[in-house]
Design a binder for this molecule. Structure first.
Ligand SMILES: Cc1cc2nc3c(=O)[nH]c(=O)nc-3n(C[C@H](O)[C@H](O)[C@H](O)COP(=O)(O)O)c2cc1C
Length: 181
């Protein structure tokens, strides 16, 4: 399966490296798209080494497609996933904002392409009514499938819901959702 993996800016970005590695072991191809904030947590080079493909971090610098990158990358995908998905990126996807590589590629996804969202954030951020409304809005569209964040001690020191779900359960959901189309 061709998996488009969006990585947004949170501590859990490093766990997306595991996800790429696990997906590769299972025979999937992974194209990573990172937000600018995500690159502050993990370098694109890590994902390039793990995925064997150039990482897209900008709509202005190509990843080697003959056409327009954000369209070609979106077309390539059998299934999409944002893990970790920040509160900000969730908001952008819910509101139709396309102002960076990730949100622009996601806007260009083919109509049938399903998308897994694996949020990771502080408990108060996750429980913020705006974030919960964005989640509902996305779910109502039918193409977005959430993997619930889990409860544990978070990077900020708080104990509560908001940690990225296990990478294996994120990948299981990607496989299930990818077969829906
Ligand atoms: C140390 C640190 C950790 C952060 N962790 C998270 C996080 O886990 N989840 C989240 O939604 N935002 C987190 N943020 C805030 C985001 O990085 C910020 O909202 C950013 O604008 C997200 O941009 P993006 O959605 O384009 O990646 C963190 C910020 C910092 C400085």
């Amino acid at each position: 399966m061709k998996i488009l993996l969006g990585v947004s800016g949170g501590i859990a970005a490093y766990k997306a490296c595991d996800l790429v590695s696990l997906a590769n072991k299972q025979g999937h191809q992974v194209q990573v798209v990172m937000t600018a904030s995500a690159t502050r947590f993990v370098t694109p080079l890590s994902f390039e080494a793990l995925s064997g493909r150039p990482v897209m971090t900008s709509t202005w610098e190509g990843v080697g497609n003959p056409g327009i990158d954000h369209i070609e990358v979106a077309k390539w995908a059998d299934v999409a996933c944002v893990a970790p998905c920040s509160a900000n990126t969730m908001g952008k996807l819910a509101c139709g904002i396309a102002d960076d590589a990730l949100s622009t590629v996601w806007m260009a996804l083919r109509r049938g392409t399903q998308c897994v969202i694996a949020p990771a954030m502080n408990t108060e951020m996750w429980l913020n009514p705006v974030v919960q409304r964005n989640r509902r809005w996305l779910e109502e569209l039918g193409r977005y499938h959430f993997v619930e964040p889990v409860e544990k001690r978070l990077a900020c020191g708080d104990i509560g819901i908001g940690a990225l779900a296990d990478t294996s359960s994120v990948l299981d959901t990607i496989s299930t959702v990818g077969n829906l189309k």
